[in-house]
Design a protein around this ligand. Structure first.
Ligand code: CO8
Length: 257
């Protein structure tokens, strides 16, 4: 890593990554995003890791892309940077990513959060796509993923007005998965990551792929893919172990095979 803008820790089968640029409320720049994609790809290829937990600090998950990096750029320069190739690498991660969100999740920060699979947020969290306030618009999927998550009416409100959603609003709108008390925001997300990590790794990957397909494919195509993935799991040792363990009234010991 070029600097400590990302802190990492392995806790059992969970890889924890913390975004760490406190002076700029965890604003995301290109080196950070590249290191994040590289780290996640490494964990995706590591059989010991079943789940990735991505977190920020108590004050900020991430307050957006680093505005200082973009303020004087022309559209040609922005195109040449090709930053979204890095975001595509994160989109391609196959293992479940749990987001532990406290404080601001704004702009690119909210978009990064929407790349995660289960979002656990503190009661104090604030979500938004405030790019409109600085003369631009979301560029890392905000207009698409936010709209798919919360629907056109609220997405238009958030994107065009630049206003922030509270954790309560975000939960009821379907943007996030769970809201937890402020003092336990990280512990609750970690506990959930550990719980998910006890499941069969092959089934986790297949289930993640299939749920994500719901936003990418038409219903009949998505159903066909789901069925194929479902059948494929019957060639795994984890399926035999999972069902045998159920019938024997014991906990399954999944091996990821
Ligand atoms: N980029 C750079 N610096 C930032 C950012 C940011 N996004 N957000 C906060 N900071 C800095 C502030 O400049 C300030 O620095 P300093 O202490 O040196 O003055 C420090 O963090 C603390 O911030 P504030 O003093 O402003 O703290 P407040 O509690 O008063 O306000 C807010 C917090 C409301 C979060 C406020 O900082 C804010 O509005 N930040 C900007 C939010 C924003 O506009 N985000 C969207 C950015 S654009 C974007 O994300 C486009 C994504 C496109 C895809 C990605 C392509 C790479």
């Amino acid at each position: 890593m070029s600097e400590q803008h990302l802190l990492t820790e392995i806790d059992g089968h969970v890889a924890i990554i913390r975004i760490n640029r406190p002076k700029v409320l965890n604003a995301l720049n290109l080196p950070l995003m590249e290191d994040l994609a590289t780290l996640m790809e490494g964990y995706d290829n590591d059989d010991n890791i079943h789940v990735i937990l991505l977190s920020g600090s108590k004050r900020a998950w991430a307050a957006g892309a680093d505005i200082g990096d973009m303020a004087t750029a022309t559209s040609e320069e922005m195109r040449k940077r090709n930053q979204f190739a890095t975001w595509e690498r994160i989109k391609a991660i196959q293992k479940p990513i749990v987001a532990a969100v406290s404080g601001f999740a704004l702009g690119g920060g909210c978009e990064l959060m929407m790349h995660c699979d289960i979002i656990v947020a503190s009661e104090n969290a604030k979500f938004g796509q405030p790019e409109i306030n600085i003369g631009v618009m979301p560029g890392a999927g905000g207009t698409q993923r936010l709209t798919r998550a919360v629907g056109k009416a609220l997405a238009m409100d958030v994107v065009l007005s630049g206003r922030f959603l509270s954790a309560k609003e975000a939960l009821s709108a379907g943007l996030i998965s769970r809201v937890v008390p402020e003092e336990f925001w990280f512990e609750e997300a970690l506990a959930l990551a550990h719980h998910v990590a006890t499941k069969g790794p092959v089934a986790l990957r297949a289930a993640k792929t299939s749920v994500l397909n719901a936003s990418e494919q038409h219903l009949s195509e998505g159903l066909r893919t789901e069925r194929q993935l479902f059948y494929d799991l019957f060639d795994t040792e984890d399926q035999v172990e999972g069902m045998t363990a159920f019938l024997e009234k014991r906990r399954p010991q999944f091996t990821g095979k």
